[in-house]
Design a protein around this ligand. Structure first.
Ligand code: PAF
Length: 281
């Protein structure tokens, strides 16, 4: 398995591929789990070559402590990738390699997609995501790039980014992978206590019931019901609940049967922030 850390080594690797080879990129921040592996497997099944990038991107963390605590598990990550395929190339640059001396965030006009939900609670987060994803796409020049639907807002913003910046890549979203309890897989789950890792399954259970209710009730009624469920739980603090149009991420005022909707939540527990979402129709 190739492991490279510099842009120069990356350029040389890319020049060793045949022109006709299709290339898939799976951008990650490491601490890989089965959710990432699903992206990697899909990329492998659809491309001749696959690069997995591992880079904890400082510009997308609005909370210094979250950045410092972000798990860095490169040896375990490599072992997990090797189990899937020895053909994968890993690109794991340093912060200096990507940002040179100045860690700077580029500003984008995501046409409001970045102002709601995660964007409203994490200042500048999506400009940071855009900055690194644009840099990686320009360096790797993949035909396709793979992102998980757990970060559904991020996925929509990356689709907007490639349209705005005219980057020739197919952005592919992949379904959320869940733990047996239903909890959405996340690198942050590792930081939960054993008991809370089970208890947090409440988030997805609530979303599933909400989905049922949404078939007969208004968005506002379903939102109120979800808020009430979380009010009964002192251990799971709801930061936000939103029901939005899937494409524009604008809140649903009046249901339109021709549109697709999704519910999104962010929940705090044990000082860890968990997010999840579900397609409602
Ligand atoms: O989803 C993530 O892990 C990150 O936001 C990404 C897309 C790798 C950019 O750093």
């Amino acid at each position: 398995m190739e492991f490279i850390q510099t842009k120069e080594a990356l350029a040389s690797l890319l020049s060793s591929f045949k022109k006709s080879d299709s290339l898939g990129l799976v951008p990650t921040m490491g601490a890989l789990h089965q959710g990432h592996m699903a992206l990697v497997k899909k990329a492998l099944s659809e491309n001749d070559a696959v690069i997995v990038s591992i880079f904890v991107n400082p510009t997308q963390f609005n909370n210094k402590e979250d950045l410092e605590k972000y798990p860095q598990t490169i040896a375990a990550d490599m072992a997990l990738l090797k189990e899937v395929s020895k053909e994968i190339c890993v690109f794991a640059p340093t912060v200096e390699e990507i940002y040179a001396e100045k860690v700077e965030t580029k500003r984008y006009d995501f046409e409001g997609l970045d102002k709601v939900m995660e964007g409203a609670f994490r200042d500048d987060h999506f400009n940071g995501v855009g900055t690194i994803v644009e840099a990686l796409l320009r360096l790797v020049k993949p035909d396709s790039a793979y992102f998980g639907e757990k970060d559904f807002q991020q996925l929509q913003i990356i689709k907007k980014l490639v349209a705005l910046e005219k980057i020739p890549v197919q952005v592919i979203g992949c379904p959320i992978v869940r733990e047996p309890s239903g909890l959405a897989m996340s690198s942050r789950n590792e930081r939960l206590s054993k008991a809370m890792r089970q208890e947090a399954a409440f988030i997805y259970k609530t979303l599933r019931i909400a989905k049922n209710k949404f078939s007969t009730q208004s968005a506002q009624k379903v939102i109120t019901w979800i808020e009430n469920q979380f009010e009964k739980r002192s251990d799971l603090v709801l930061e936000y609940i939103a029901i939005t149009d899937t494409d524009t991420l604008t809140p649903v005022l009046q249901k339109d049967k021709n549109l697709k909707y999704r519910a999104f939540v962010a929940v705090y527990t044990e000082n860890i922030r968990l997010i999840d979402n579900i397609a409602l129709n």
